[in-house]
Design a protein around this ligand. Structure first.
Ligand code: GLC
Length: 541
C-alpha cells in the first residue's frame, strides 16, 4: 500500500516511513476474529496518514492471487529447502504461498487435536515456516528494504521476532524497531524446543535445525523458553521479551495481563506470562491502545430504512428492522421457534453475535448457585425472562450451547449456529440488548457495533468492555467474581436493563442516543500507534 494521504506529517528527517505489518488475518482475505479487522482498519488508517505500510500474511488457499509471483524464495526449513511465492493480492496485502504448509488446509487455523495431534502441532509449524519465509523475503526482496518498524500481531508472528533478534541471519530486519500487539493471551503456540525423533517437524529445533542452535546459544536465549514448561518454546513470550515495545488492545487489558490468573474468580490475567508483562509495564514498555471501529462500514444510515440519532423517526425504523427480522427468520429459519409478531415486537430482543469460544459465552452455561446447591444455568434463567434471545455464532462451545438451547426451547429463544455477517447486521439493527458476558475481553468489537446501532450492551466489566461501555449511559456492566457471582451479577444487570426498558422508555431512548453517538475512532488509535512506532525506532538508536 502506498501512501496517498498527507505525507507532510512526516518530516523528511523522520525515520518513520515504512512499516511491515504482519498478521495471520486480514478482513476480506482471511478472518476468524477481530484480529482481521484490526489488521485491515489500522493499516488503511496509517496509509491515509501518509505511512508506507506493507501488510504480509500467509497465502491461505482461499485468498485469490491472479498475477505471477513477485518473487519465489528458497526457504530453509526442517533440514530442507522449500519454496515460498510472494504475491500481491488485489486488496493490497502481500501473501506468502506454499502448498505444503498452507494450501493443504482450508482454514486459517488448524485445530490439531481434531487431527489426533498435539496442541498447536500444525499451526506452530505453519507459522514457523511463514515467519522463516518472511525473514528470507526481508533479506532478499528489495520491496522490504528500509523497514523502519516491524509490527507483529499475536503469537503467530513470534518466530519472526525471534529470527530478527537472535538468529544473526536477518541483518536488515535487525535494524528495524519491533512492536508486538497482543490481541489475545489465550493462544501462545507453545511447542517443545527439542523434538521427538519419530515425528517430522514437531519442535523448534526441528523447524530451524540451521539457525536454531545459534539462537539457543544466544545470551538472550532464555526468553525463547516458556516460564512454566522449561522444555518448551513459547513464541509469544519470545516476542514479548524481544520486541522494543508491546501493546495490547485496551488499557484495562494491558493492566489485567500483568496479574496472575485467578481460576477461583475466573480471572484471566497474564496466562503465565504475567511476570514478563509486569516487568515491561513497570519499565513503561507495555501500553494499551483501544481498537477503533470502521463507522462507515457499520452505518445504520446505510440500512433500509435508515436510522441514526439525528433522524427524527429512528425508533420507528428500528421497530421496522425488528419486524423484518421476524419475517425473514420465519421464512428462512424454520428451526427457530418464534412467538407471534406482536409478541416479538412487544418484548425486548437480546442478541449475541460472535465466536462461541469459552472466553466469550461460557458464562451462559454456568449454574446460578442457590444456597448450597447449584441452581439452573444462566441460559435457563434467561429463558425464563419475558424476552427473546437470539445467538448467532459458531466455535468450540457450539455443541453444549446447542444442547442448552434445546433443553430450554421456547418461542423467541434461538441459536443460529454459524457465521453470517449479513444476518449479524440485521440482528444489530433490530436488537434492544446485546449480550456479551466475556470472562476476559482484550478489546471486543461487537459491543462497539451494537452501540452504533442502538442495541445496548449487557457486558462484563473487564478489558475493553470496561473501557468502552459507560454504565447506565451506553450500556450495562456487571462485575465478575467467582463463576456463581458472575452468573448472578450478569442476571442482575440483565434485569436492571429489562426494568429500564419496560418502565422508563425515555431514559432507555436517551441511553440509545448516547450509545449511537459514542465514537471509538481508528484515527485517534492510529496516532497512538504512530507514537509507539516512533518509540521503537528511537529505541534502536
Ligand atoms: C481478539 C480479542 C478481542 C479483540 C480482537 C481484536 O479477538 O479476543 O477482544 O477485540 O482480538 O483486537
Amino acid at each position: 500500500m502506498t501512501p496517498h494521504g498527507d505525507a507532510s506529517r512526516f518530516a523528511p528527517s523522520s525515520r518513520l516511513r515504512k512499516v511491515l505489518l504482519v498478521a495471520a488475518e486480514y478482513r476480506g482475505l482471511a478472518k476468524v476474529g477481530g484480529l482481521a479487522d484490526v489488521a485491515a482498519d489500522l493499516s488503511a488508517t496509517l496509509v491515509r496518514k501518509g505511512l508506507d505500510v506493507l501488510v504480509v500474511l500467509p497465502g491461505y488457499p482461499a485468498i485469490p492471487v491472479d498475477s505471477p509471483p513477485l518473487a519465489v524464495l528458497n526457504v530453509p526449513f526442517a533440514g530442507r529447502v522449500f519454496q515460498a511465492a510472494l504475491h500481491r493480492t488485489q486488496a493490497g496485502p502481500f501473501v506468502l504461498r506454499n502448498d505444503e504448509f498452507f494450501s493443504r488446509f482450508d482454514s486459517v487455523y488448524v485445530d490439531s487435536s481434531q487431527r489426533g495431534r498435539g496442541p498447536f502441532e500444525d499451526d506452530a509449524q505453519r507459522f514457523a515456516f511463514f515467519c522463516r519465509a518472511l525473514s528470507v523475503a526481508c533479506e532478499s526482496v528489495p520491496l522490504f528494504d528500509g523497514i523502519d518498524v516491524l509490527h507483529c500481531h499475536d503469537w503467530h508472528t513470534g518466530p519472526l521476532v525471534a529470527l530478527a533478534r537472535l538468529s544473526g541471519t536477518s541483518l536488515k530486519l535487525a535494524r528495524s524497531g519491533i512492536l508486538l500487539t497482543i490481541h489475545n493471551l489465550d493462544y501462545q503456540g507453545i511447542r517443545p524446543i527439542h523434538g521427538d525423533a519419530h515425528d517430522s517437524y514437531p519442535s523448534f529445533l526441528s523447524w530451524y535445525p540451521d539457525v536454531g542452535p545459534a539462537m539457543l546459544a544466544h545470551p538472550a536465549a532464555k526468553v525463547l523458553y516458556d516460564p512454566r514448561y522449561p522444555h518448551c518454546y513459547n513464541p509469544l513470550r519470545a516476542a514479548i521479551r524481544l520486541s522494543d515495545r508491546v501493546n495490547t488492545v485496551s488499557p484495562t487489558y494491558a493492566r489485567e495481563i500483568t496479574r496472575s490468573d485467578d481460576p477461583a474468580r475466573s480471572f484471566s490475567g497474564g496466562r503465565g506470562l504475567e511476570s514478563d508483562l509486569a516487568t515491561l509495564s513497570a519499565a513503561g514498555y507495555l501500553s494499551g491502545i483501544l481498537n477503533g471501529l470502521d463507522y462507515d462500514a457499520h452505518d445504520p444510515l446505510a440500512l433500509d430504512p435508515p436510522f441514526g440519532p439525528d433522524l427524527p423517526a429512528w425508533q420507528t425504523a428500528r421497530r421496522q428492522h425488528k419486524a423484518a427480522l421476524w419475517h425473514s427468520l420465519s421464512i428462512a429459519e424454520p428451526g427457530i421457534p418464534l412467538p407471534p409478531l406482536d409478541q416479538f415486537l412487544a418484548r425486548p430482543l437480546a442478541v449475541s453475535v460472535g465466536r462461541l469460544a469459552r472466553q466469550k459465552v461460557s458464562l451462559l452455561l454456568e449454574p446460578v448457585s442457590s444456597a448450597d446447591a447449584p441452581g439452573p444455568t444462566v441460559l435457563a434463567e434467561l429463558a425464563r425472562r419475558d424476552i427473546s434471545f437470539l445467538l448467532l455464532g459458531a466455535g468450540e462451545l457450539l455443541s453444549p450451547i446447542a444442547r442448552a438451547f434445546d433443553d430450554h426451547s421456547r418461542p423467541g429463544l434461538g441459536l443460529l449456529p454459524r457465521f453470517d455477517s449479513a444476518l449479524a447486521a440485521r440482528l444489530y439493527a433490530a436488537a434492544d440488548l446485546f449480550v456479551m458476558p466475556s470472562d476476559f475481553e482484550p478489546c471486543g468489537l461487537s459491543q462497539l457495533i451494537s452501540m452504533r446501532f442502538g442495541a445496548l450492551p449487557v457486558a462484563s466489566a473487564v478489558g475493553g468492555l470496561l473501557d468502552t461501555v459507560t454504565p447506565d449511559r451506553t450500556g450495562f456492566l456487571f462485575r465478575t467474581g467467582t463463576r456463581a457471582e458472575s452468573a448472578s451479577a450478569f442476571l442482575a444487570a440483565l434485569d436492571q436493563a429489562l426494568a429500564l426498558w419496560r418502565t422508563r422508555p425515555a431514559d432507555w431512548k436517551a441511553m440509545q442516543v448516547e450509545a449511537m453517538r459514542a465514537r471509538f475512532s481508528w484515527d485517534g488509535a492510529a496516532d497512538r500507534y504512530l507514537e509507539l512506532y516512533a518509540q521503537t525506532v528511537a529505541s534502536r538508536g
